[in-house]
Design a protein. Sequence first.
Length: 390
Amino acid sequence: MKRNYLIITFLMVFVLLGCPPPKARKKMPRIFALTYSMETRTEPSFLITDDFNRNHILDLVVVNSGGQSFSFYKGNGDGTFKDQRVFRTGRDPICLVSADFNDDGYKDIGVLNYADQTIQIYLNTRLGSFQKINQLLEPGKIPINMASGDFNGDGRIDLIVTMRFSNVVMMLGKGNGYFSEPKSMDVKGQPTGVVVGDYNQDGMIDVAVALAGTGNKGVQILWGKGDGEFESSKVFKAGKQPLSIVSIDVNNDGLMDFVTSSNSLHALTTIVNNGDKTFDSLRDFASGNFPKFVVASDFTGDGLQDIAVSNATDDAITISLGKGDGTFTYPPIYHKVNGHPQGMAVGDFNGDGLIDIAVSCRDENLINILSKKDMINPKPDLPQKESKSS
């Protein structure tokens, strides 16, 4: 018996000494610095950016979910913004879209009010302000998210809205800021996030809907026919509870793929477009706790798409760098922000040619601007994309 103990002890020592310790992951430096903050009204959440006054400088708009309003910030072009202009909305606004709803060349704003179950359209006055139209859109029961696009090919911007526990509705634009009655379209689960794009490259706009809750979970595509009609796909696996979704070309093949987030499960999932109206789900990956929103852009300038994730309970946003094969670097790069980050928008806010990030911070009623001022673009140990020669 004693001999057996000696053998076991010898083997354990051999294993411990003979196997090198696991190689520590290289901690990647921050890409962004928090360079500017501005006050909002109560509980800022969904955030968008666009050039609303056509001066080639990006502006910001955020809904204040607890303040029954949205705030508009005119960009100065140097990474700072003018003081907010506040516009009243319905109760609990949770989503925004920007589009030219009245065909005057200036971007307008659509606001989805969760508690009121309404959508309001605010037309751009061209004077740095917005005017609410008289029509109150009522898409149906429990609207949760929306997107815009020309779904029937008439040159006018339409709306698509996800109804949390039932279906999807489309409202066709009339070209003057007003919309037709909602048209219901069935999906095979409980819809949450929604994005639009040409996912099969046929020149017509499609709709991708994230499905979460009970029943089917994943992503379903509504293939646009160009006349306001759609053909439904099957449900593709896309995480266990996908609540938000972003379009991104993860493998540089020219086809738009998706990344979804399941915040209660602290997981993200990549769904790769095969180009034949089918998609493959890759293994779930992590990028911080309680991922709320995901945005995509080439943050490092290497030609590969990366993602930024707002992690509500970490008080941070994380950057996961794209490898160009559908996967992302780990561990993610943490950037501390103010309390309970929510919505994000990306763009060049200071005119230096590099992508910046704006993030709304719910608990402190702030928007943080993160820029690359005095920062580097790290991408160690990854092959760089070769430039194409003519």
